[in-house]
Design a protein around this ligand. Structure first.
Ligand code: ZN
Length: 262
């Protein structure tokens, strides 16, 4: 949601926020633009996975009626729930910069607890982590929408991706928003072109996935290291190894989302 056209404040992105109702409407409009383009480009089926916060932001009555909707955050694979090797292409809508980016609208990775996430030594944000899972299934990430920082970061892990920059990050809070009609038109056009050109790749399955999670404080590492396979590297950092990316993704998500130290 942070990278949706028109979204510019944290009272829009949390469900308790005063402007949340507006933001969820803006969110579905960007999704609908991508869906229209995807069908124009030859898609036969579109599945939308609501991926922000509660993951119950999109109202089915507002979504393009041709699309299926995966809803609710209690998922093994979070932002990538539903993906398997039967899909032909992936579009990321509304992405934001990774944790630690000095610029980028509400930069974070997964939740507010992470300072940095590394997979096999590569620092990644949400789009980078999700691209690892996409490659496991051999499904290309063809397009991303978001602020300029999110789009640039995605090109580091997914060089062939087409980006639609819907806003320019001035710092971690202020943004320059493009006109809504322009961004939605461009999202539709790029979705059409990239879906029409999409080609599946062979699955890329590495021998192991070594995940390092550096947290903002030591509480989650203290709890997580109770599990023998999760190694405490230092008081704020844990590391673990998995032989499949779906397994690694699942555990990353358990650590950043489901360990509650409040
Ligand atoms: Zn996020």
């Amino acid at each position: 949601m942070e990278g949706i056209s028109g979204v510019n404040s944290d009272n829009q992105t949390s469900a308790a926020g005063a402007e949340y109702g507006r933001a969820r409407k803006l969110m579905v409009e960007d999704a609908n633009a991508a869906i229209r383009g995807a069908f124009e480009g030859g898609a036969m089926q579109v599945v939308v996975n609501d991926s922000h916060g509660s993951q119950r932001n999109i109202l089915p009555e507002d979504l393009d009626q041709r699309a299926h909707l995966i809803s609710h955050s209690f998922k093994r694979h979070g932002m990538m729930e539903g993906l398997d090797s039967t899909f032909d292409a992936i579009i990321f809508v509304g992405y934001h910069a990774k944790a630690g980016s000095p610029r980028g609208v509400f930069a974070h990775t997964g939740s507010g607890v992470l300072r940095d996430l590394q997979i096999n030594g590569q620092s990644v944000g949400e789009g980078g982590m999700n691209a690892f899972l996409a490659r496991w299934f051999g499904v290309p990430v063809i397009m991303i929408t978001g602020d300029d920082v999110a789009v640039a970061e995605q090109k580091e892990t997914t060089p062939q991706v087409r980006g639609v920059t819907v806003k320019r990050a001035i710092n971690s809070r202020a943004v320059e928003l493009r006109p809504l009609a322009d961004t939605r038109k461009e999202i539709q056009e790029v979705a059409k072109a990239t879906v029409a050109a999409a080609r599946k790749a062979p699955p890329e399955r590495l021998a192991r996935y070594v995940v390092r999670m550096e947290m903002r404080d030591p509480t989650i590492p203290e709890v997580a290291s109770a599990f023998r396979e999760i190694r405490l590297v230092n008081p704020t950092t844990v590391e673990f190894t998995r032989e499949s990316m779906p397994d690694a993704y699942r555990l990353i998500r358990v650590i950043y989302r489901f360990i509650n130290t409040d």
